[in-house]
Design a protein around this ligand. Structure first.
Ligand code: DC
Length: 218
């Protein structure tokens, strides 16, 4: 069994790359951002104030999160599509500052990786969740490329999405994720950093496969 950690800012291409890599290697793909989003979605549906979460422990105790075959389940319901809005992105970024929320999800993420080989992507996988991952990648891309990727994704569902506003939202989310006290987004010391702004998916995958072969992981 082995694990690959992929971290990086919003829109850096982590999900596309991690999913394609997991397919190629025939191992599990785990999107940890979807877990933060699912909790934010539930909190939002229940009108909970994310900054004043006095019942957080009860909320977490009464919540069941699972990730299977590329789908996120919240209390047994598949919420994979419902969590992909800009509103939920912002709420997830706020909620993810909370250490109790992080402990709760990190525990689930580690349990999953004990049972199978994984490509796990997020913000703190190489630094906190899987410090002993067999390969760590820190993926970046320019802000304009990242915004363009998110814009193209969102545009399919919402014709009113505005490029400049989206860019500001992404920059503000990056700032939240990088500056937060608990498990901020940062490159693990032993991670390979690469900018995929000018690389296509196949080139990125081949780059990672070479790293895996070089480390005798595959
Ligand atoms: O990767 P994403 O955009 O779906 O993540 C949504 C938010 O969740 C992101 O703004 C920060 C948070 N997150 C986190 O704090 N730690 C992770 N491992 C994954 C996501």
């Amino acid at each position: 069994m082995y694990s690959i950690a992929i971290d990086g800012p919003a829109g850096s291409g982590k999900s596309t790359l991690a999913r394609a890599l997991a397919d190629k290697l025939n191992i599990s793909y785990i999107d940890t951002g979807a877990m933060y989003r699912a909790l934010a979605y539930k909190a939002f549906k229940n009108n909970l104030d994310l900054c004043d979460f006095s019942n957080l422990e009860n909320f977490l105790k009464g919540t069941h999160i699972d990730y299977k075959d590329g789908k996120i389940y919240l209390d047994k319901e598949d919420v994979s599509d419902k969590i992909r809005s800009q509103g939920i992105s912002k709420k997830a970024s706020v909620l993810s500052k909370n250490q109790k929320v992080r402990d709760y999800l990190v525990n689930i993420q580690r349990e999953i990786s004990k049972r199978r080989s994984v490509v796990m992507e997020g913000r703190d996988i190489g630094t906190v969740v899987l410090p002993n991952a067999d390969l760590k990648i820190f993926l970046t891309a320019s802000i304009d490329i990242r915004t363009r990727r998110r814009y193209d994704q969102l545009k399919e569902k919402d014709k009113s999405v505005d490029f400049e506003k989206l860019k500001r939202d992404i920059m503000s989310r990056d700032e939240n994720d990088i500056k937060r006290k608990n498990s901020p987004l940062k490159k693990a010391e032993d991670a390979f950093e690469f900018d995929n702004s000018n690389m296509n998916l196949e080139e990125s995958i081949n780059y990672i496969l070479d790293l895996l072969r070089g480390k005798n992981v595959i």
